[in-house]
Write a protein that binds this ligand. Sequence first.
Ligand SMILES: [Zn+2]
Length: 278
Amino acid sequence: MPELPEVETVRAQLEPVLTGRRFERVEIHDPRLVRPYEPAEVAAELEGERVAAVERRGKYLIVRFESDRVLLIHLRMTGSLRHSSSGLDGDRHRRAVVRLDDGSDVAYRDVRRFGTWLLAEPGELEPYLAARLGDEPLETRLTARRLGGRLAQRRAPIKAAILDQRTLAGVGNIYADEALWRGRIHPRRPAGELDDAELARLVRGIRAALRMGIERQGSTLRDYRQPDGTSGDMQREFAVYGRDGEPCPRCGTPIEKIRTAGRGTWFCPTCQPLHIQR
Ligand SMILES: [Zn+2]
C-alpha cells in the first residue's frame, strides 16, 4: 500500500506534468472509483478544469484546479498513476484516463479497486481532511510534546496509534515498523506510556524513515509503479520490514515477526525491548 513517501513521489512526478494543463477529456471506467456519483457525471465535471497545483496531505494526492475545486485521489492498496505521451491501451486494470491539453495522458490503474477519486467543491476539502487526518509528520509543528499529548492515556500499542491517520497522517505498515526500529521502541508498548526521551526518538525515527523513503522515491512492492513507469528502490533499505530471521543492522539479533494492530510487524527484540527498566 502506498504510504507518505510513495504518494509524495507520485506528487513530485505529476506536478510538472499537470500544473497549468487543462483536463481535455476524462474517461472513468470503474463506478467504484467515484461512487456514489456517476462516472460519466464526474468525468464531465472534470473536463475543462485547469490544474493550479498538485499537493499531498497524508496519503491523499490533491489536484487543485484554478476554479478552486479539487480532485482528491487516494490510491489505497494498489492504485497508481501513469503519465504517457503516446497513450496506453490494452491494460484491463486501467480505471480512468485523463487526456491533457498537450495531448498526453494520465492513466489511473488499480488492480484491487479500492482507490477513490473525489471531486470536492471550493471549501469542502479542508473540513473533509480535518475530520480524517492528524499532523503531517514532516512538518515542524509535530513535536515530541505534541505527539505525547495525542498519545496520553492511550492503551493501544504504539504501532496501532501511529498507524491511526487521525493521529499522524501518512504513516502505514512499512514506515511504522521502520520508525519504531529507529526509535528503539517495541511496537506493542502502550502508546500512553512512552516517556519524553522515547517520544523524541520516535518523532526523529518517523521523520528519518519517511525522508529516506522519499529520497529513494518510495518502495516497490507488488505492482506499485511511479508515474514515469520506473520503480523506487526503498525496499532495499528496510532495516526490519519483511526481514524476519535476518540480522538487525544495529546489533545482529535476528529480526522477529509478530502481529500487532492486525498487521504483520517486524522488530528487533534486543534493540526494541517490551519491558523497560526505569
Ligand atoms: Zn537490534
